[in-house]
Design a protein. Structure first.
Length: 448
């Protein structure tokens, strides 16, 4: 048992698996129980007979407590069998209650209580492991055999206490525990292999989801003679909730372009799915007549129905540029304002406006804002809050001032070069600090 304990201690430090910690604590109390039962604690530490007997009761109760906690974690009972998960939780509480009774209860009562626990818990263990195994959790098979061996031993000892069967040997529980420990090592190894395979499948699925989501973002910038447009997204997870899109509308010989940038609450698969839903709704609605405000009103109405039970939402900034009329129209739905920079006057403005996030209120009416007389060289910058809120190793945020300075200092560069300059500056600022939020950048430059 000491060898098994040492081995699992090394594995715990390597894998940092909480399940392994529960198992180690369980082994510790089983070992202490054997020492106390064999009289070694009494002999080496000169403990009183009554105190040694009380220690045996305490170690039995704590062995059950940590064994049950290990079983709940190992078998993932919350997922595989919620009913027995609750039953095991009740058994854990009962083992602590019995241990707490020790100072107040007589020897006879404690013997009866611990014997009752010894008869109650093993069958629950076995039924739980059997159900988990039948429901496809392969590591439960070794767990089932291991605790079946220990359960027979425990029930044997309890029946001996009540003198219901004849005495055979005093080492039955030691033999059973040794067999149990060996089988549990096989169970832990099998569980590790199973979880590793599942993790590999999940990683493969997430990689596929990332590829699908990347295909939903624009592959190329729209080719419009009077505009230079570029966009880029950087996800902090395999999938994310940031979104941008270019929607070109041809009217006669002219081309107008709609540009959207959005940020779904949260991260991961759920955010990616909502992002895909919003993209589909926006593209479908943009193909129909209506103003920018009309488009977002309809998208919001549909999105609010989709997310009403999830509590999710999505901020968005949607603008439409008509290069022929040199006119800019925009709607702000709870998103950070766009930045409008005019190099001729060196003025940096924000395209502000009222409006809450999409999906919050179904009947919300968005307001459209307009800017006219667009001039050559002017730059419009849109982003999600991931760039301004990115932090360095000291926990300091990147902020908006470096963004303003980079746009100003690179105003003669192309849209793609401005994005490259921002990402390079951000990378130098954060260094090895992990990105905690998705980052999306869009730059529109008026070239004629």
């Amino acid at each position: 048992m000491l060898a098994m304990f040492s081995y699992n201690l090394i594995v715990l430090f390597l894998l940092r698996e909480l399940n392994r910690l529960y198992y180690l604590t369980y082994l510790l109390f089983i070992g202490l129980l054997f020492l106390a039962s064999n009289g070694l604690l009494h002999e080496f530490f000169n403990l009183g007979l009554q105190f040694s007997r009380n220690l045996i009761f305490v170690f039995i109760c704590l062995s059950f407590f940590w064994g049950i906690l290990f079983a709940k974690s190992f078998l993932v009972t919350k997922k595989h069998t919620p009913f027995f998960d609750k039953l095991l939780s009740v058994s854990m509480g009962l083992s602590l209650v019995i241990a707490a009774m020790l100072p107040f209860a007589s020897l006879t009562l404690m013997t009866l209580a611990v014997s009752f626990l010894s008869l109650l818990v093993p069958p629950i263990f076995l039924f739980t492991a059997f159900i988990c195994w039948r429901r496809g959790f392969r590591p439960a098979r070794f767990f089932l055999i291991a605790f079946a061996t220990l359960a027979l031993s425990t029930m044997f000892e309890a029946l001996l206490t009540f003198e219901m069967i004849p005495y055979i040997t005093e080492y039955g529980s030691q033999f059973a525990s040794a067999i149990e420990v060996i089988l549990l090592q096989l169970a832990l190894a099998d569980r590790f292999r199973t979880l590793s395979r599942e993790h590999g499948r999940i990683r493969q699925s997430l990689a596929l989801a990332r590829e699908v989501q990347q295909n939903l973002l624009p592959h190329n910038s729209p080719q419009i003679r009077t505009l230079d447009i570029a966009g880029r997204s950087i996800y902090c997870d395999e999938t994310g909730g940031d979104y941008y899109d270019f929607i070109v509308e041809e009217t006669g010989g002219d081309k107008a372009v709609g540009i959207a940038i959005g940020d779904v609450s949260g991260h991961g698969i759920s955010s990616a799915l909502l992002m895909a839903t919003a993209r589909s709704s926006l593209r479908q609605r943009s193909s129909l007549p209506g103003s920018a405000a009309d488009i977002l009103n309809d998208v919001n109405r549909q999105l609010a129905k989709d997310v009403e039970d999830s509590g999710q939402f999505m901020t968005m900034f949607y603008l439409s540029i008509d290069p022929t009329r040199k006119r800019l129209r925009w709607v702000r739905a709870g998103h950070d304002p766009a930045i409008f920079y005019d190099p001729a006057t060196d003025v940096m403005d924000e395209l502000e406006g009222s409006g809450i996030a999409l999906g919050v209120m179904e009947d919300w009416q968005y307001e459209e804002y307009t800017k006219t007389d667009l001039q050559k060289g002017q730059i419009i910058f849109l982003s999600t809050d991931g760039i301004a809120e990115a932090r360095n190793q000291s926990g300091e945020m990147f902020g908006k001032e470096p963004i303003y300075d980079t746009i100003r200092n690179n105003s003669s560069s192309s849209a793609n070069q401005i994005i490259d300059a921002l990402i390079e500056l951000l990378t130098g600022y954060t260094k090895r600090a992990a990105i905690e939020d998705d980052i999306t950048l869009v730059v529109i430059k008026i070239v004629e």
